[in-house]
Design a binder for this molecule. Structure first.
Ligand code: KIV
Length: 272
């Protein structure tokens, strides 16, 4: 379907719901620092997610669990300084919202106040209902995240596709409806069957944003380092790499090393 795109000078949570209504797909990408966020924003990505995947791609941890609230705020501050157009959503990290709704609200407030972000994201459904309610009641927009929720990786035990069985699929649909009813403005659906994404998307008026959720999601999200091919050992089926920066950057840096060693760099023109 070809869709006449409306221009959004500044993307808001309301713009995303409008995009779904108008049949315009939503683009979302991660960024964790100023320089990358500048490029992503200038390319007209609708939503920038300061994801807790920073724990993996920026800090080298195996999971998203170790990253702290302070570290997420640091990343979010850097991103916010770069962004003119995109909606900036920040993950509340593991351990900063699950234990009680008051702590969840305190964490969300710190993110909003100290970084200037526009919204927060949390993982889970019914089990975090009270926390979601509390954050929303303070006027902070919340994005949900269902399906493969990496903060629960030790419960799942693997990163394989979620909700293939009827019971888990039904639960996911219930959770999605609950998050919408509570007032969430969008929901990430990660690594679930495409037909389930279709069902969820059709049963909600708020947008779904898929990562490994297939073509029926109202929008798509990827980790920017994966899209650019800066990571090269992570090769899930859902990932489309648009560049091979791992190789290109390695070659450029290798050339620099060779030029220094051979005294080719700096040349007469590159000195004072
Ligand atoms: O942290 C992250 O990058 C995410 C995306 C995978 C949706 O949550």
């Amino acid at each position: 379907m070809s869709v006449a795109k409306k221009e959004y000078k500044r993307v808001t949570v309301k713009s995303l719901v409008d995009m779904k209504k108008n049949g315009e797909k939503i683009s979302m990408l991660t960024a964790y620092d100023y320089s990358m966020a500048k490029i992503v924003d200038a390319a007209n990505v609708d939503v920038i997610l300061v994801g807790d995947s920073a724990s993996n791609v920026m800090a080298g941890h195996e999971t998203t669990l170790p990253i702290t609230l302070d570290q997420m705020i640091y990343h979010a501050q850097s991103v916010i300084r770069a962004v003119d157009r995109a909606l900036v959503v920040v993950d509340i990290p593991f351990g900063s919202y699950q234990s009680d709704p008051k702590e969840a609200l305190r964490s969300a407030i710190r993110i909003m106040k100290e970084s200037g972000a526009h919204a927060v994201k949390v993982e889970g459904g019914a089990e975090i209902k009270e926390s979601v309610k509390r954050i929303l009641a303070a006027g902070i927009p919340v994005m949900g995240h269902l399906g493969l929720t990496p903060q629960s990786i030790y419960k799942f035990g693997t990163y394989t596709v979620r909700a293939k069985e009827e019971e888990e699929a039904e639960q996911l649909i219930e959770d999605a409806k609950l998050l919408e009813k509570l007032g969430c403005f969008a929901i990430v659906v990660e690594k679930i069957p495409a037909q389930l994404t279709k069902k969820v998307s059709e049963s909600l008026s708020i947008p779904t944003i898929g990562i490994g959720g297939g073509k029926y999601a109202d929008g798509q999200v990827l980790v920017v380092h994966d899209l650019l091919g800066m990571t090269h050992e992570f090769n899930p089926r859902f990932l489309r790499r648009y560049m091979n920066l791992y190789e290109e950057m390695g070659n450029a840096i290798g050339q620099y090393v060779a030029d220094v060693k051979s005294r080719d760099f700096p040349s007469d023109d590159e000195q004072y």
